[in-house]
Design a protein around this ligand. Structure first.
Ligand SMILES: Cc1ncc(COP(=O)(O)O)c(C=O)c1O
Length: 390
């Protein structure tokens, strides 16, 4: 988009005025112009939500649960969330004080950043990492330092890379485990060391665990399982785990004082979160284990098929992810520019997310989502092979 020189634009905050138009929007526009596209670009699961959950939502609507709720969320959902985190990670949180229901994990992230960060504060973000985090932090005027994720036989969140960059000026460290786009996870030892250092330095750790259900080796290690909320702001969401991204329902778990401040801010943004989703999820969460397991196994099979297919293409390097919904292969031997790679695959009928969206380690890469019908992956692989045939 052309930069507008009107008086109104000149009066905007400089950080907003100077930012480029969103590359994500440009990508969407290009994709709209192509017919018969196979989408492996979505940042969400493309399979069905639980049937029972949908029925519970319909019931809730018919029972006239269509009203505002309290800002923190109805007591029933907060109690269900508290039970869920206890079942998953053995930690007791107080539904009355530690939980805030939010408009997706995204609102939780925004609110946390908004109450913690001031202009000039230093924040550590992962590279590669989810681009939205960068936008939020930048627009609040904070200063970003990146810590690299490490790709060996698997992508991991290297806690030493974080620790070596933390000092008394570090206000916030963002951890995303499993990670978007690499599937990297943080080990128990790593998480422990990080929380210990955070406590010494007075740093906040924002632990974004929205992909917690998709861990393919071992168990998910949650920041919550260390049983201290002094420095931790835990963010979770129903979006990815239950394939309901459009419901916009997530939650934060943190120290009562943080939750209170986030809630006060939320009152003036969204007032409350999706009422129907809260009612439906409060009944579904206690019985969700079977669905979560099925979704995870479905994704594991797809992931293996996609990794194997990509590894078989000469010049493509694909590290199997430990978790998440995506692979982040390296195509640089064939096409070093991730934007050109995106166009080449788009012209062959496959939509992917360009690697450069995810940071400096993303050039020559693309993010491909595998939480979709396996036929789409098979067909997508055929088209990728054809597009990269040299
Ligand atoms: C790493 C990460 N965190 C948070 C979110 C937010 O998800 P939602 O707001 O739908 O819960 C996303 C969505 O793509 C994500 O990839």
């Amino acid at each position: 988009m052309e930069k507008d020189d009107s008086k109104a634009v000149k009066r905007l905050k400089p950080v907003v005025r100077e930012s480029d138009s969103s590359p994500m929007r440009e990508m969407m526009k290009m994709m709209e112009e192509h017919k018969d596209l196979l989408s492996l670009s979505a940042g969400e699961a493309n399979f069905d939500p639980p049937e029972q959950l949908i029925n519970l939502a319909i019931d809730a609507m018919r029972k006239d649960k269509n009203r505002y709720t309290s800002t923190n969320g109805i007591p029933e959902i907060r109690e269900a969330v508290a039970r869920f985190v206890y079942d998953q990670w053995g930690v007791k949180v107080d539904p009355g004080q530690n939980i805030l229901m939010t408009v997706g994990g995204m609102e939780a992230i925004f609110l946390a950043a908004r109450i913690v960060l001031e202009k000039g504060d230093r924040v550590l973000l992962p590279d590669p990492g989810w681009g939205v985090m960068r936008t939020v932090v930048e627009r609040l005027g904070a200063v970003i330092d990146y810590y690299p994720l490490r790709e060996g036989e698997q992508w991991i969140i290297d806690h030493d890379a974080i620790l070596s960059r933390m000092n008394e000026n570090t206000k916030l460290v963002v951890v995303n485990t499993p990670s978007n786009p690499t599937g990297a996870t943080l080990s128990r030892e790593g998480f422990g060391a990080l929380l210990e250092r955070a406590e010494k330095l007075g740093t906040f750790i924002l632990s974004d665990e929205v992909y917690h259900n998709y861990v393919y080796e071992g168990q998910h290690v949650s920041g919550l399982s260390f049983d201290s909320l002094d420095n931790l702001i835990f963010v979770n969401s129903f979006s990815k785990a239950f394939a309901v991204t459009g419901w916009r329902l997530g939650y934060a778990i943190a120290h009562p004082w943080i939750i209170r401040q986030m809630g006060i801010f939320k009152e003036s943004i969204s007032l409350c979160s999706f009422s129907i989703g809260q009612w439906a999820m409060s009944e579904f969460l206690p019985v969700c284990k079977g669905y979560l397991q099925e979704a995870r196994e479905f994704c594991r099979k797809n992931m293996e098929m996609l990794v194997e297919g990509l590894q078989a293409i000469p010049g493509v390097r694909c590290t199997p992810p430990l978790g998440g919904l995506y692979v982040f292969p390296d195509f640089s031997e064939i096409e070093p520019s991730s934007q050109e790679l995106f166009k080449r695959l788009l012209n062959a009928g496959v939509a992917v997310a360009p690697g450069a969206f995810f940071g400096s380690q993303g050039e020559g890469r693309a993010r491909l989502m595998f939480a979709c019908p396996p036929e789409r992956i098979e067909k997508g692989l055929e088209r990728i092979r054809a597009a990269l045939d040299r």
